[in-house]
Ligand binder design. Structure first.
Ligand SMILES: [Zn+2]
Length: 238
């Protein structure tokens, strides 16, 4: 569900996670350490935790307000028992989905059963077995004192959406933007021109170079690392 060149670079001064290029034969996804929860970012107000789950090495992120202890989980991807334990530990009371692909949604029924609401865009809602709330473009979400702005970025799926945390350089991009290019658009209902427009107009034109891009698989990057390469991606067609 992703294509990444080997050796993507991690960005951001406080981003200390070290990824290694895996032994995977296709060398496509630089994954983190499977099944290990790590705090990967923090400032005075917020912290971000990450765990890698499932057969596609999905990144699951937990954004937590340090003052109130409220937290949001991004992509209830897989390994629901592990994720439910993390939800209890970190105070997660809402889940948002970056898009509806199967590898990002396997734990949705379990978290809903535990009383945690799940939000997804209307365009991708039909890909989920069930959900609670619909995400709109340019919506303000709250996690304790934190404010999260949604940005619709169709292309990988019609309802793909990213999440920017106000007052930080954090941008959760799902499978829309990775180190080295856009997410895969070879699936049904995906569109390359649309994902390029989304990345160009909604991400590169709108966010500073030091914005930390936290994708749905593999390593992080920054807007500044990626934006100079947009024309190359258009030229190569993926
Ligand atoms: Zn996907």
């Amino acid at each position: 569900m992703c294509h990444l060149p080997p050796g993507g670079t991690a960005g951001g001064a406080s981003y200390q996670r070290v990824y290694q290029t895996g032994e995977r034969p296709d060398q496509m996804c630089d994954a983190g350490v499977m099944g290990q929860l790590e705090q990967i970012w923090s400032d005075a107000a917020a912290e971000v935790h990450q765990i890698v789950v499932g057969p596609m090495d999905n990144n699951v992120y937990i954004l937590r307000c340090r003052r109130t202890g409220d937290a949001m989980l991004i992509d209830a991807a897989n390994e629901h028992e592990e994720l439910l334990e993390i939800c209890r530990q970190l105070g997660v009371n809402q889940v948002v989905e970056t898009h509806g692909h199967w590898d990002h949604i396997q734990a949705v029924p379990a978290v809903r059963e535990a009383g945690i609401s799940v939000a997804v865009t209307s365009a991708d809602a039909g890909m989920l077995p069930s959900y609670d709330l619909i995400l709109e473009d340019d919506q303000q979400l709250r996690v304790g004192d934190l404010r999260i702005t949604t940005l619709a970025t169709p292309g990988h799926t019609p309802g793909s959406i990213c999440f920017a945390v106000e007052g930080t350089n954090l941008l959760f991009t799902g499978d829309t933007l990775f180190p080295g290019g856009p997410g895969n658009t070879s699936f049904e209902n995906a569109d390359f021109d649309t994902i390029i427009q989304s990345i160009d107009r909604r991400i590169f034109a709108a966010f500073d170079a030091d914005t930390l891009v936290l994708p749905g698989h593999g390593t992080s990057t920054t807007v500044g690392n990626e934006s100079p390469h947009l024309d190359e991606w258009v030229e190569r067609g993926w």
